[in-house]
Design a protein. Structure first.
Length: 274
């Protein structure tokens, strides 16, 4: 088993394993986690305006012994700021907090509240054209919303960040993304810890002398899905990173895909706009 394989990237150039920072709003803890992840080998850091930690993420990036150009940084525009002018203004504020001149990927966080496909995506196009963002992404979009956005956007849309894990696999949406050339980026890839209680994952983990978290992340990677597990401790950051050394057999992948699903952790019906 390789000890330090190269960073694998998706067809659109997104590192397949990144660090999620949702609810990591303690500035010191967040900055330390980002620095630790980068110095462990991660090259993909995910944040959002609503996480209230962009400044801490920027501190972590600046303090790591890693060149900025080697780090893929993603943030998201919140649903209250999706009008044309608001997108431009809040993205500038995000960059200021991050201490960066550009971000590698900017998402529409949810297609909700102030989201208007024509107006919102026109602002993203402007940011793309001026080089403020390198890539355009969507988050929590269903297949029909994704197709509509692709038709409207002049800039290529490269990612759809969705909840995806062994207990909520989203095969139809993943297939639609694949058909459209859009990477799936999985948030909550460990089902907020529920994967540790799944017998199938525990059995496969035992066979590989690995953790259920590593098995879950390996399944996502081998199915071509980018994952951004949240972790704050050095032990968990390193454990998730070591998932890259695992190769599951097709039989093991199929066993994971036969797990009785328990559903999503984040229910859009009870989203933040209600």
């Amino acid at each position: 088993m390789a000890t330090n394989p190269p960073v694998d990237v998706s067809s659109n150039g997104i590192p397949l394993v990144g660090l999620g920072t949702w609810k990591n709003d303690d500035p010191t803890e967040c900055a330390t986690a980002v620095r630790t992840a980068l110095e462990t080998g991660y090259r993909h850091i995910d944040t959002a305006q609503i996480y209230a930690n962009e400044a801490a993420v920027g501190t972590g990036i600046a303090s790591a012994t890693v060149d900025r150009d080697d780090v893929f940084v993603a943030t998201k525009v919140w649903i209250d700021s999706l009008g044309y002018d608001d997108v431009l203004e809040t993205t500038a504020e995000s960059l200021q907090r991050l201490g960066l001149e550009r971000v590698d990927l900017l998402y529409v966080h949810w297609p909700a509240r102030e989201y208007d496909p024509q107006e919102t995506l026109a602002a993203f196009d402007e940011l793309y054209d001026e080089g403020t963002i390198d890539h355009v992404g969507l988050s929590n979009f269903e297949a029909d919303q994704l197709r509509e956005a692709i038709e409207i956007s002049d800039a290529p849309i490269v990612a759809n960040q969705i909840e995806c894990h062994p207990l909520f696999r989203q095969p139809e949406l993943r297939a639609a993304c694949d058909e459209l050339g859009v990477d799936c980026v999985a948030y909550s890839p460990l089902a907020r810890g529920d994967v540790f209680d799944v017998p199938t994952l525990r059995e496969i983990a035992g066979d590989h002398d690995a953790s259920p978290a590593q098995i879950s992340l390996a399944w996502l990677r081998q199915r071509g899905v980018v994952s951004i597990p949240k972790a704050t401790s050095e032990a968990h950051i390193r454990d998730n990173w070591q998932s890259r050394t695992l190769t599951l057999s097709e039989r093991e992948l199929e066993r994971i895909e036969s797990i009785d699903e328990t559903g999503r952790c984040v229910d859009p019906a009870f989203g933040p706009w209600n």
